[in-house]
Design a protein around this ligand. Structure first.
Ligand code: HEM
Length: 217
């Protein structure tokens, strides 16, 4: 009698486990820690929103490309789209002329350029969309509460973290993980997707490092 083959771990599990060290590093960057403790100011939060504007502009342009592919379309949800929310936040935080006043830092430019280079590669897109959107629906909700508590923000300025069409994050994240697991990826493509997600976290950490250089004292 031969032993049954060990079941292959799902992509969503491999992504979660594989990016754990990078998640911890991102979470414990000086900028994030000080922002979360209320030691920075609204200008620092506005600067983060400006970086998100550049990042999501590029990510959501990639969403528009991959949704033309049958597999890619399973990962694109209109209710996740963040760009209009970030624009509203910036108008509130910086002013109506925000587009002329924000600064995009070098690490953000590099991250956005990387996203613009994804083309129609659904597996690499999955890694980046996972890293951002599942993060926004998880730790992002903790960040939202801390911004309310420490910086007097409420609805205005926090649209980015407010998913009006996703009343409960947990079931939505479960569906998203099912979609990730439904991608027809072979072992090599799966490994590349996890490696790309690790890179996505590092790109985010580099953005926090740039923000830290400006705002952390
Ligand atoms: C203040 C900083 C952060 C905190 C406190 C935080 C906290 C958390 C928590 C508690 C979870 C688990 C939620 C659950 O079980 O459903 C989570 C998941 C996640 N976070 Fe973060 N996070 C932070 C920053 C980040 C950053 C910067 C990223 C990436 C850009 C990120 C990406 C993710 C992802 C992708 C998940 C989903 C993991 C999975 O279930 O596969 N997080 N985060």
């Amino acid at each position: 009698m031969t032993a049954a083959p060990a079941s292959t771990p799902t992509l969503s599990l491999l992504l979660r486990e594989g990016t754990r060290p990078e998640h911890e590093a991102a979470e414990s960057s000086g900028f994030v820690e000080q922002l979360m403790r209320g030691e920075l100011d609204v200008a620092a939060y506005a600067d983060l929103a400006a970086q998100q504007y550049a990042i999501y502009g590029a990510l959501e342009a990639a969403s528009a490309v991959v949704r033309h592919d049958a597999q890619g379309a399973t990962l694109v949800f209109d209710e996740l789209t963040r760009t209009p929310s970030i624009e509203r936040d910036l108008a509130f935080l910086v002013g109506e002329d925000w587009a002329e006043r924000i600064t995009i830092h070098p690490a953000t430019e590099a991250y956005a350029a990387h996203l613009r280079g994804l083309g129609d590669d659904v597996a690499r897109y999955a890694a980046h969309a996972y890293t951002r959107y599942l993060g926004d629906l998880s730790g992002g909700q903790i960040i939202k509460r801390m911004m309310e508590r420490h910086y007097g923000l409420s609805v205005d300025g926090l649209a980015f973290y407010t998913f009006d069409e996703i009343p409960k994050a947990k079931p939505f994240k479960d569906v998203y993980r099912e979609r990730l697991d439904g991608l027809a990826l072979d072992a090599e493509q799966t490994a590349r997707t996890v490696a790309e997600a690790k890179l996505a976290f590092r790109l985010n950490s580099a953005v926090f490092a740039d923000l830290g250089a400006v705002h952390v004292r």
